[in-house]
Design a protein around this ligand. Structure first.
Ligand code: ATP
Ligand code: MG
Length: 648
């Protein structure tokens, strides 16, 4: 189908950190002698005690244990803040852009140090010690970053819960992490609407009962009058005014936990993914520098919420470890107008912009004008993460947003991987729209068939990683057995990603969707992403999700849920047109058997399509949808069930 190639532009060859030969040499070195490679790269962070044991990892069978830099000691907050004070104390660390365009502010590294220390002292005075778990349920305000870094400073383990989650989901995560300390705000503000965070915390704590949580720290965002439980709840500004702006740093072992984060739940009940200190920081710092070709003076903007792993690794830790200027945005892409992203880019001269395909697809619907009326001259690099990006959306991002001058880095990774594993490097990698391209340093991807046989060359199958990298998760919090079962039992001795993929003749990787979602139609394997991309390429289609359902003759039939562009009407004619379109784009084997026009698709709160729900509906199993607690809008499901297409 579309195998368009974008060469590296001459301008990019001149300024990039690495060219193609440079990438190849560094990659080869990284997989040939991981100990030597990572011993060298570890020097990019400050260690109180330099590590001498570099890699000690075992993927089983039997014991699974992953340790990096295990005799080194360091502190993540020290590396992200204190270390920069001498050289860049007055440089802006965080640009904060409020929900309302009239509100924004800049925080220098020196100010960040003061704020993080105050937050840490407030926590320490209330008994938080190294190893304690702290739940952070916050809007996108600088205090969310202070809270995370304050935990790191004290050696406490944070568990950030996305502010869009319900009291039930929050309660479940507080209990699972057994955290005694919660940090929240009175209310959040998104798209002009208020989010009742403190009310939700109260409801969650009522559900848990009185024993677990001792303290709730409340940051004033909107100033709303909220219930304050005497002895338990305290306003952050009042507590912070009484403590000093200096706080000692805990010396942490490289393998001490840094945070727990629950996955977004697209495939099932979220898992408490645990990351540790040294390897995570080295890996996020290295990837942030190379993948985004970060140079001093760049303004870097990752639109992810701190509630997701992208908000941990590439809004906060990676960039701050590199002494970057990182932009934090409180609002949504469509408020007060659909040009908001592009306006923010112009306002702050953003040079690197990193967002998700779901945002691109929704902004595409409004056409080019809202983009083209802004300048975007400061942009150098565009990034994508979270789902496969359809070639159609890629082209639009490249041509309309980037004016054809900015490389797109389509970064494949997972909460579990801690950082980016498969990605282009700007200036080094030719781009193919829809492909995450090549592995990052130290990453050994393999394509295996259902029996675990390693496929060479051009191949399609399941994506596994053959060896460890420093940013990898260490365990499922409190359940190491689940860790081993989930990731290391399907293909013993290898990390199983759960994703399907294709490797092409150039060694480029194409993520085809979740393995559970791969279609098998009359014996032909096909990725859902491929069929979806063909549908989205039709001018009247805005989004599409494809699942399989039992089919008497073919084994599996193709069921497509299609959302049309604003103003387009569903019709039998259009249905036929779409089937013919997919036939032409991919081939007869990929023709959808059933098409359901859907005004909305079920998505997680991070914007990913939950195909397992669509599969249940297609299979007429709507009574058995499984865990739906991470759905952004549960009401779309009712419409889908009502308008389900009958099997032929
Ligand atoms: P859960 O594990 O609970 O089902 P989740 O997998 O959606 O949730 P994340 O860790 O946020 O949780 O997402 C990782 C997944 O997102 C990857 O396994 C992959 O399927 C998809 N993904 C992320 N980035 C890309 C990308 N650039 N291209 C294709 N797919 C991507
Ligand atoms: Mg996952």
């Amino acid at each position: 189908m579309q195998d368009k190639i974008y060469d590296v532009s001459p301008e990019w060859s001149r300024r990039a950190l690495l060219d193609d030969a440079g990438y190849r040499a560094k990659y080869e070195a990284s997989v040939k002698d991981p100990d030597a490679f990572w011993a060298e790269e570890a020097k990019r962070i400050h260690w109180f005690k330099q590590p001498t044991r570099i890699k000690n990892t075992n993927f089983g069978p039997g014991t699974v244990a992953i340790r990096w830099f295990e005799d080194g000691t360091t502190n993540v907050a020290y590396n992200c803040v204190d270390r920069h004070l001498d050289t860049r104390g007055d440089q802006v660390a965080i640009i904060w852009e409020g929900d309302d365009p009239s509100e924004s502010k800049s925080i220098t590294y020196r100010e960040l140090h003061d704020e993080v220390c105050r937050m840490a002292n407030v926590m320490r005075n209330r008994g938080v010690e190294r190893g304690d778990r702290v739940t952070i349920y916050m809007p996108m305000i600088p205090e969310a970053a202070y809270a995370m870094l304050a935990c790191a400073r004290l050696g406490a383990v944070h568990s950030v819960v996305f502010g869009g989650f319900s009291p039930d989901s929050l309660a479940g995560r507080i209990e699972d992490a057994q955290s005694k300390f919660v940090i929240t705000a009175d209310e959040g503000l998104r798209g002009g609407r208020k989010v009742p965070l403190k009310v939700n915390v109260d409801a969650a704590l009522d559900r848990i009962g009185s024993k677990l949580v001792d303290h709730v720290l409340v940051v004033r965002r909107t100033g709303a009058a909220v219930n304050m439980e005497p002895g338990r709840d305290v306003y952050y500004d009042e507590a912070a005014a009484m403590v000093s702006g200096d706080c000692p740093v805990e010396e942490m072992n490289a393998e001490d936990p840094l945070f727990i984060l629950y996955t977004s739940g697209s495939t099932g009940k979220p898992k408490g993914v645990m990351h540790t200190t040294g390897g995570y920081l080295v890996y996020t710092s290295l990837t942030h520098q190379y993948v985004f070709d970060y140079h001093d003076g760049d303004v870097y903007w990752c639109t992810a919420d701190v509630g997701w792993v992208t908000g941990h690794s590439y809004l906060l830790y990676g960039p701050l470890a590199n002494g970057a200027t990182t932009l934090m945005f409180e609002g949504v892409p469509t408020y007060p107008s659909i040009s908001r992203f592009w306006e923010v880019i112009d306002k702050h001269n953003v040079s690197i912009f990193y967002t998700a395909p779901t945002a691109i697809r929704s902004l595409m619907q409004a056409g080019e004008d809202p983009v083209k009326k802004t300048s975007r001259r400061s942009l150098r690099i565009l990034g994508s993460v979270g789902e496969p990006i359809n070639p159609e959306a890629w082209e639009w991002y490249y041509r309309v947003v980037g004016d054809g001058r900015c490389p797109i880095v389509d970064t494949w990774w997972q909460t579990e991987t801690g950082g980016i594993l498969i990605t282009p490097l700007p200036g080094a990698t030719k781009l193919k729209p829809g492909s995450a391209t090549r592995p990052f340093f130290g990453v050994k991807p393999q394509v295996v068939d259902a029996d675990g046989k390693v496929l060479e060359g051009k191949a399609e199958g399941n994506l596994v990683i053959a060896d460890s990298w420093p940013g990898q998760m260490r365990t499922v919090y409190g359940d190491h057995e689940r860790f081993v079962q989930t990731y290391f039992s399907t293909y013993p001795g290898k990390y199983f990603t759960g994703d399907g993929c294709r490797r092409d003749e150039d060694g480029y990787y194409w993520i085809t969707g979740r393995v559970d979602d791969v279609l098998n139609v009359s014996g032909h394997r096909m990725g859902t992403a491929e069929v979806e991309s063909a549908l989205v390429a039709h001018p009247k289609v805005s989004e599409a999700a494809v699942v399989g359902y039992p089919h008497d003759i073919k084994g599996q039939g193709i069921y497509a849920y299609v959302t049309l562009m604003a103003g387009e009407e569903p019709s039998e004619e259009l249905r036929k047109e779409l089937v013919a379109w997919v036939r032409r784009e991919i081939g007869p084997i990929a023709s959808p058997d059933l098409i359901q026009f859907a005004p909305g698709l079920p998505k997680t709160r991070s914007g990913k399509i939950m195909r397992r729900i669509l599969r249940k509906i297609a299979e007429d199993e709507a009574g058995n949808l499984g865990d739906t607690s991470t759905l952004a809008d549960p009401t779309v499901v009712d419409d889908l069930v009502t308008n389900r297409q009958n099997k032929r």
